[in-house]
Design a protein around this ligand. Structure first.
Ligand code: BJW
Ligand code: ZN
Length: 249
């Protein structure tokens, strides 16, 4: 990729910034070989979310839903963090860095990032729908059919957030805190149409952050972003890090 010329206003904001929030979606992991949800090659283009990504679908056909998640876990296991995930780790050299991700693939943590909130959970964890005991993916790796809890015999499901479910734990309130605190909010590789997650960059903007979108194409957020950079995040984020390094030294 050719060297990018960044907007002067952005370079000025980056120079002054102390705290960065990266609000990420499936697009940041696309270059690691993990399919996005929407768009031409997206999962929802071939499969129906209503048959796979909600609790009723799981209760109706738990083996099918389980098999689909086992298939996706295998892809995630075989994938590696890409230059986009790695650049976000590098930013920690110069800034306080927060991540609020919609991704369930654990790649930010595997890259080495530290402050991460997973808004839609994680496919490397599972839990029993009755007694809520947690089981990690590695211990259930070879289960082809939905497993049952060893304590209460309840069905075990992936610890992801399906449509119609509330976001669990403190992931959303903590992400809101990040949004209120950050100086720049980078919105990376997300269509920004799934709520309540999509409120996070809106909150950041309302609290005065500069919003920088990085995506291969325009999205719902483009009109309200301060700066949209179109291209692959694995190519753009390292260039932004290089710019930050020259500004902060
Ligand atoms: C690149 C790139 C590269 C590519 N570089 N960029 C009507 C009925 C029922 C509910 C609703 C309704 N209307 C609204 C709702 C609420 C609903 C919602 O928002 N729906 C909208 C879609 C309409 N939300 C919910 O249901 C949420 N819960 C909730 O609201 O609770 C309250 C409630 C209670 C009771 C009843 C109703 C409400 C929960 C949402 C959970 C979302 N879950 C999923 C699945 C997770 C598990 C799994 O992985 O299987 O989360 S859906 C899916 O979408 C996944 C993602 O995290 C999420 C966001 O997608 P993302 O990351 O933006 O990916 P894409 O594919 O959309 O975009 C990728 C982008 O990358 C694109 O822009 C590309 O251009 C770009 N890209 N390559 C940079 N190399
Ligand atoms: Zn149980």
């Amino acid at each position: 990729m050719e060297k990018l010329e960044f907007k002067k206003e952005f370079a000025e904001r980056l120079k002054k910034a102390d705290t960065l929030l990266f609000f990420t979606g499936a697009g940041i992991s696309a270059e690691s070989g993990i399919a996005t949800f929407r768009g031409k090659d997206g999962l929802w283009n071939k499969l129906k979310p209503e048959e796979l990504a909600n609790f009723n679908a799981f209760m109706k056909n738990p083996d099918m839903v389980w098999e689909w998640y086992q298939y996706r876990r295998q892809i995630v296991d075989e994938s590696k963090p890409n230059n986009g995930h790695k650049a976000i780790v590098d930013f920690e050299k110069f800034f306080k860095v927060y991540i609020s991700t919609q991704n369930v693939d654990n790649l930010h943590a595997r890259a080495g990032s530290t402050k991460i909130e997973e808004l839609h959970g994680s496919i490397v964890r599972n839990f029993c729908i009755d007694c809520k005991t947690f089981y990690n993916h590695q211990e259930l790796k070879f289960e082809k059919k939905v497993p049952h809890c060893e304590k209460c015999n309840g069905l075990i499901r992936p610890d992801v957030v399906w449509f119609g479910e509330n976001l669990r734990g403190d992931a959303f309130p903590n992400s809101e805190k990040f949004a209120k605190e950050c100086d720049i909010c980078f919105v990376v590789g997300t269509s920004a149409i799934v709520y309540p997650a999509a409120y996070i960059p809106q909150t950041a903007k309302n609290y005065g952050a500069y919003i920088v979108e990085i995506n291969i194409e325009p999205t719902e957020l483009t009109y309200s972003a301060d700066y949209s950079i179109f291209g692959k995040s694995g190519e753009i984020l390292p260039q932004i890090f290089n710019l930050a390094a020259t500004l902060k030294i």
